[in-house]
Design a protein around this ligand. Structure first.
Ligand code: AMP
Ligand code: GLY
Length: 420
C-alpha cells in the first residue's frame, strides 16, 4: 500500500521511516517532506504545502494512496481531516473540532475540569490589567500561556512576579488577545502519545522531552531539544493511573461533546514530587522529538495501528509490542534558535549504516542539487538505540560529533534526568 505523510519535520521523517519498515507499505509520499525524506528509499516528496488541502486530495487520487497521516497541528486545526473525509479519503488525525484540544488551551481546561482530570489551576484573561493584578495576588513562580497555537513558544514559566508581568505586557503588545495563567507545577515531565479510534485509547511507551534550549533545562522553551524512552520513572502502576485518570476521561469528555476523535492524543504530564500525574497540556498530534525515540522501539507494524484507529478497530488489536532497547534522540539546531537564526548552510559528515543502531532524522533540511543544506531551527535528530540508556547516549553523541554545519548547536546533556 501507499501512504501520504503530511508535514516536513523530524516527526514526519520518523513516521515515513517507520511505515517503510513494514513489508505491507510499498511507498510513502511526504507533503512537502524535507532533505531526509527526499533521500529515504521508497519515499518521495511532493511539492504540496501542508495547508493546500486540494493539492493533497489530488495527490491522493493521482498516486493511489490508501491513507493520509497528518503530522503537524496547524493543518489539523485548519480542518484538513474534515476536508479529506468529505472526499472519502481515509485520514489519521482529528477533525477541526477535536484539534481544539491543542488549539484552544482554555477549552482544553474546560474539558479537563468537566471530568476532574488532574491539571494545574488556571484562569483565562483578555485584559492586561486584570492579568497583572491576578499575578500580583498569586505570586511566583507562575506560568503564562498564549491561548492558541504558538509552535511550542507561547509559554513563559516566570520565576518572579516582575518576569510574569513583563510576559503579560509583552504578549498583549504582540496582539495576542487571550492568555491563560496557571499554577506552576514542579516535578518530572512525561510525554504520553496515545492512539485512539474515538472509542478506545491506547498509550505508546512514555518519553521525556527536553523543552529548554540550554543545558540543565535553562533558557527559553523550544519545540524540544532531545528525548529518550522508555522512562524508568513510569512503572506499571503509574501507567495505569495515567490511563484511568487522564486518557480515558479525556476521550469521554470529547465523546460527550459529540467529537469522533481518530488520531493521537498527546498528554504532556507533570509527575509531581508526590508521584501524581497532572496534565500540563494536550496536543492533537504526535510529539516531536518524542516520535523520533518512540517509533524506533515499536515492534508492531505502525500502519496496522493507524488503520485500526481510522477504521475504529483499536479494541480488537493485539497488545502493542516493543523491542526492549533504550532510545535517545539528540536534536541539532541552528545557532540562535528558538530566536532568529540563519538558514542555507551546507551540512556535512552524515554517515550511518543500518547496523550501527543510529538513525539521523531530518527536520529543517533541504536538498539543493546534491547538497544538503539547513532549512529550519531544528535541523537534525540523531536517534540511537542501545542495550541501555547510557549506551544509547554514547552512540548518539558519537554520531553527533561527526556532523558539521556553520553555527550548529545542541545540548550535551540529553538524558541528564536519568542520573546515570
Ligand atoms: P506547553 O506548551 O503547555 O507544553 O508548555 C511548554 C513547557 O512549559 C512545558 O513542557 C513545561 O516545561 C512548561 N510548563 C507549562 N505549563 C507548566 C506548569 N503549569 N508548570 C510548570 N511548567 C509548565
Ligand atoms: N516535543 C513537544 C511537542 O511536540 O509539542
Amino acid at each position: 500500500m501507499k501512504i501520504l505523510v503530511v508535514g516536513n519535520g523530524g516527526r514526519e521523517h520518523a513516521l515515513a521511516w517507520t511505515l517503510l519498515r513494514s513489508s505491507n507499505v510499498e511507498r510513502v509520499f511526504c507533503a512537502p517532506g524535507n532533505g531526509g525524506t527526499a533521500t529515504l528509499k521508497n519515499c518521495q516528496n511532493l511539492a504540496v504545502a501542508v495547508d493546500d488541502f486540494q493539492g493533497i486530495a489530488s495527490a491522493v487520487k493521482a498516486n493511489d494512496i490508501s491513507l493520509v497521516v497528518v503530522g503537524p497541528e496547524v493543518p489539523l486545526a485548519m480542518g484538513i481531516t474534515d476536508y479529506l473525509q468529505q472526499q472519502q479519503i481515509p485520514v489519521f488525525g482529528p477533525t477541526q473540532a477535536g484539534a481544539r484540544l491543542e488549539s484552544s488551551k482554555s477549552w482544553a481546561k474546560e474539558l479537563m475540569q468537566s471530568e476532574n482530570i488532574p491539571t494545574a489551576q488556571a484562569h483565562t484573561f483578555t485584559d492586561a490589567a486584570a492579568a497583572r493584578e491576578y499575578v500580583e495576588r498569586q505570586g511566583a513562580p507562575i506560568v503564562i500561556k498564549v491561548d492558541g497555537l504558538a509552535a511550542g513558544k507561547g509559554v513563559i514559566v516566570a520565576a518572579t512576579v516582575s518576569e510574569a508581568i513583563a510576559a503579560i505586557d509583552g504578549l498583549f503588545a504582540q496582539n495576542f488577545t487571550q492568555l491563560v495563567i496557571e499554577e506552576f507545577l514542579a516535578g518530572e515531565e512525561v510525554s504520553v502519545l496515545a492512539l485512539t479510534d474515538g472509542k478506545t485509547i491506547r498509550p505508546l511507551i512514555p518519553a521525556q522531552d527536553h523543552k529548554r534550549i540550554g543545558e540543565k533545562d535553562t533558557g527559553k522553551n523550544t519545540g524540544g531539544m532531545g528525548a529518550y524512552a522508555p522512562l524508568p520513572l513510569v512503572d506499571d502502576s503509574l501507567q495505569q493511573r495515567i490511563q484511568q485518570e487522564i486518557l480515558q476521561p479525556i476521550l469521554k469528555a470529547l465523546n460527550k461533546r459529540g467529537i469522533d476523535y481518530r488520531g493521537v492524543i498527546y498528554a504532556g504530564l507533570m509527575i509531581t514530587p508526590q508521584g501524581n500525574p497532572k496534565v500540563i497540556e494536550f496536543n492533537c498530534r504526535f510529539g516531536d522529538p518524542e516520535t523520533q525515540v518512540v517509533l524506533p522501539l515499536l515492534a508492531t507494524p505502525l500502519e496496522k495501528l493507524l488503520f485500526a484507529c481510522v477504521e475504529q478497530r483499536l479494541a480488537a488489536q493485539p497488545p502493542i509490542t516493543w523491542n526492549d532497547k533504550a532510545s535517545v534522540c539528540v536534536v541539532i539546531a541552528s545557532g540562535g534558535y528558538p530566536d532568529s537564526y540563519q538558514k542555507g548552510y551546507e551540512i556535512s559528515g552524515l554517515k550511518t549504516n543500518s547496523e550501527s543502531g543510529v538513525t539521523i532524522f531530518h527536520a529543517g533540511t533541504k536538498l539543493q542539487g546534491d547538497r544538503l543544506i539547513t532549512d529550519g531551527g531544528r535541523v537534525l535528530g540523531v536517534t540511537a538505540l542501545g542495550n541501555n540508556h547510557s549506551e544509547a547516549i554514547s552512540l548518539a553523541y558519537g554520531t553527533v560529533a561527526t556532523i558539521q554545519f556553520e553555527a550548529m548547536y545542541y545540548r550535551r546533556d540529553i538524558g541528564h534526568r536519568l542520573k546515570l
